[in-house]
Design a protein around this ligand. Structure first.
Ligand SMILES: Cc1cc2nc3c(=O)[nH]c(=O)nc-3n(C[C@H](O)[C@H](O)[C@H](O)COP(=O)(O)O)c2cc1C
Length: 158
């Protein structure tokens, strides 16, 4: 797989660089750390990556991309509300591919909720990954050991 990517580069169907748009929301910075690492890794694959916090993009007029990544924490037993609203307001995303990332403190992830919202938009899921955040959540340093490797695996799928 590595050699294959090496030979072909990370190209879309049209032979151009893969373009990723990442939309995230993060309160304490744990999720921000994840999307920054993700963008760095994607760019190393020589892809083109844009990152937006939910209030920096308009869900009704999303920039074009080969794959969209949405990243948000669980808050109050749901996907954090800015992200929920963003997903509900997405337009023109039918048949577009996506990956999802959820951070949470309790022993349950909320990827399914994200998937439900995006399948209402007729988007196509490619991969999902969740991260349990430890007791240092509020310092932004709550990611558990091994999070980079877990994210590398996700990068390999998208
Ligand atoms: C108001 C609030 C409510 C939360 N509710 C939940 C919850 O219901 N379940 C859970 O697993 N984590 C919950 N958390 C923990 C967050 O998921 C955690 O702080 C977040 O994943 C950290 O990521 P961030 O730094 O990117 O915001 C809550 C956090 C806050 C601040």
């Amino acid at each position: 797989m590595v050699n294959y990517l090496f030979i072909l580069g990370h190209k879309s169907h049209f032979g151009e660089l893969m373009k990723y748009v990442i939309v995230y929301w993060s309160r304490y910075g744990n999720g921000k750390k994840i999307v920054d690492y993700l963008a760095k890794k994607l760019n190393e694959k020589s892809a083109e990556t844009q990152i937006f916090k939910t209030d920096e993009a308009d869900p009704a007029i999303m920039p074009g991309a080969d794959l969209y990544v949405f990243s948000a924490p669980t808050e109050a037993f749901n996907i954090q509300k800015n992200m929920r609203k963003f997903m509900k307001n997405l337009q023109g995303m039918e048949e577009k591919k996506y990956g999802i990332i959820n951070t949470h403190c309790m022993n349950k992830n909320w990827l399914q909720k994200m998937e439900n919202l995006l399948s209402k938009k007729k988007m196509i899921k490619v991969a999902g990954v969740d991260f349990q955040i430890g007791k240092d959540a509020k310092t932004g340093n709550g990611l558990m050991e091994g999070w980079e490797a877990k994210l590398d695996e996700f990068v390999g799928k998208i």
